[in-house]
Design a protein around this ligand. Structure first.
Ligand code: PHB
Length: 393
C-alpha cells in the first residue's frame, strides 16, 4: 500500500517538476488581458480587470478542469501599435490561449488581425464600434455597440416631444457610429437633425462647441463622448454656458453619465436622460451580488461601471465555455461554445448572437437622480433584446 502511495507521489512530483512545466501548462488557461491601465483612459483597464477579478472571487478560478491565469498588459492609452505588439508578444512568448480586455476601439482594431492569424479567441470587454467583431472570426463582444445604445434614446426622444436635435460626438469609431445611428433612428421617427459636429478624441475644451449649440437653438443636444475628464468637463460647460437655462435638453448614451465618473459631475448631471445597458442602480439580485463582491475584491477607489460589468461577464462567458468544452481552448470548439450563449448578467439577461458574435441585451432609459447623497442612473423604461443595428443596415 505504502509503495503504491509513494509511486503516485513520485509521479505527481515528476509532472510538477518536469522541465518546462509541460504537464502543469496543460492545466492552465492563460488569458492575455490587453487594456488601458495608465494615461487619460487608465480607469478603463482598471475597471475591466476589477470586473474579471470579481467573477473569479465569486466563482473560483478553475473551470472545465483548467485554472485561469491572467497576464495583464498596459497599452498606456489609445495606442494601436503598442496594443498590437503586446498582443503579438502574449501569443508568441507567453503562449496565451485567449486575448481579452480592450477598452478603446483603436486598440481592439489593431489586435483583431493578431486574433485572426493566430486563431485566438478574443473577448472584447468594452470597445464598442460596430465593425470590430467582423475583423476576426474569433472575436466575441460582451459589452455593447454604440448603435445598440443610441437607437433607443433617439426613439425615446422622438416620442417625448423632442423635434430638433444637434449632435456632437467624439471623432473616432464609436462616435461616428453613434452619430449615424442617431440620425437614422431619429429621422425615421420623424425628428430633424439640425447640425452635426465632431470633437477630437481627447479634447477637453468644449467652449466653441457649446457656443455653436447655443446659437443653433435646438430642442436637445445628443452627445457621445468616451467617459473621463472630457465628459466631466463637457457637463460643467453645458451648465456654465447656460444651455440648461436656455431650455436646451441634453440626451446621450450612458457613456456620458458613466457610474465611474458621475459622482464627480455633481449637481449639473441631475435630471439627464440617457440610454444604456448597465447602471449600478439596476435593481436585481445579480447586480447586488456583483457590486458587493466588486467592493470586497477591489476596494472602494473605483465605483463599478459598465466596463467592470463587461469584464465580469466576459470572464463568465470564458468560464462557461470552458465548462462546455471540458477545458479545451481549441478555437473552433471554444467559439462554438460561446455562440448563442445566454447568461444572467448584473445588467440583466444577455446573449451572444450566434451569427454576429455580438451581444444581444436590454437597453434601458435612465434619469440621473440623487439617492442618499449619491448620483445614480435610475432606470425607468427599457427596450429588451436589442441587437446591434450597425449590422442590420
Ligand atoms: C471605444 O473606444 O470603443 C469606446 C470607449 C468608451 C466608451 C465606448 C466606446 O464609453
Amino acid at each position: 500500500m505504502m509503495r503504491v502511495k509513494r509511486f503516485f507521489v513520485a509521479l505527481l512530483a515528476f509532472f510538477v517538476l518536469c522541465p518546462g512545466g509541460a504537464a502543469i501548462a496543460q492545466q492552465v488557461v492563460k488569458i492575455g488581458v490587453v487594456g488601458e491601465f495608465s494615461g487619460p483612459f487608465g480607469d478603463y483597464g482598471a475597471q475591466i480587470l476589477a470586473g474579471m477579478k470579481t467573477y473569479l472571487k465569486l466563482h473560483g478560478d478553475v473551470f472545465g478542469g483548467k485554472k485561469i491565469e491572467l497576464i495583464v498588459k498596459d497599452t498606456t492609452g489609445a495606442a494601436p501599435d503598442i496594443a498590437k505588439r503586446l498582443a503579438q508578444e502574449l501569443v508568441a512568448q507567453d503562449n496565451v490561449d485567449i486575448l481579452a480586455g480592450f477598452g478603446l476601439t483603436p486598440n481592439a482594431l489593431a489586435v483583431a488581425p493578431v486574433s485572426a492569424e493566430a486563431k485566438k479567441p478574443m473577448v472584447i470587454m468594452n470597445a464598442a464600434t460596430s465593425v470590430i467583431t467582423t475583423r476576426s472570426p474569433y472575436i466575441v463582444r460582451v459589452s455593447h455597440t454604440l448603435p445598440q445604445d443610441t437607437q433607443p434614446i433617439a426613439q425615446w426622444a422622438a416620442k417625448n416631444g423632442i423635434k430638433r436635435v444637434f449632435t456632437m460626438v467624439s471623432d473616432y469609431g464609436p462616435g461616428t457610429d453613434a452619430e449615424a445611428a442617431f440620425i437614422k433612428a431619429f429621422k425615421a421617427a420623424g425628428g430633424e437633425v439640425t447640425e452635426s459636429v465632431r470633437s477630437p478624441m481627447t479634447n477637453t475644451d468644449f467652449a466653441p462647441f457649446l457656443q455653436r449649440m447655443k446659437d443653433n437653438k435646438p430642442d436637445a443636444v445628443f452627445v457621445f463622448l468616451p467617459p473621463g475628464s472630457q465628459t466631466i468637463s463637457f457637463i460643467k460647460g453645458y451648465e456654465e454656458r447656460g444651455l440648461k437655462q436656455a431650455g436646451i435638453k441634453l440626451i446621450a448614451t450612458g457613456d456620458l453619465t458613466d457610474d465611474g465618473t458621475l459622482q464627480a459631475m455633481g449637481e449639473p448631471a441631475i435630471g439627464l436622460v440617457t440610454s444604456f445597458h448597465y447602471s449600478a442602480a439596476h435593481d436585481s439580485p445579480e447586480n447586488k451580488a456583483f457590486i458587493k463582491a466588486y467592493v470586497e475584491t477591489n476596494g472602494t477607489k473605483l465605483r463599478p461601471n459598465f466596463m467592470a460589468c463587461a469584464g465580469y461577464d466576459g470572464m463568465a462567458a470564458i468560464a462557461e465555455a470552458l465548462k462546455k468544452t471540458n477545458g479545451s481552448v481549441e478555437p473552433e470548439k471554444f467559439l462554438a461554445a460561446l455562440k448563442g450563449m445566454k447568461l444572467m448578467s448584473p445588467r440583466g439577461p444577455i446573449m451572444i448572437d450566434p451569427d454576429t458574435r455580438d451581444i444581444v441585451q436590454t437597453v434601458y432609459i435612465r434619469r440621473v437622480e440623487k439617492i442618499d447623497g449619491i448620483l445614480y442612473n435610475v432606470e425607468f423604461d427599457k427596450y429588451p433584446d436589442v441587437k446591434d443595428p450597425g449590422k442590420q443596415s
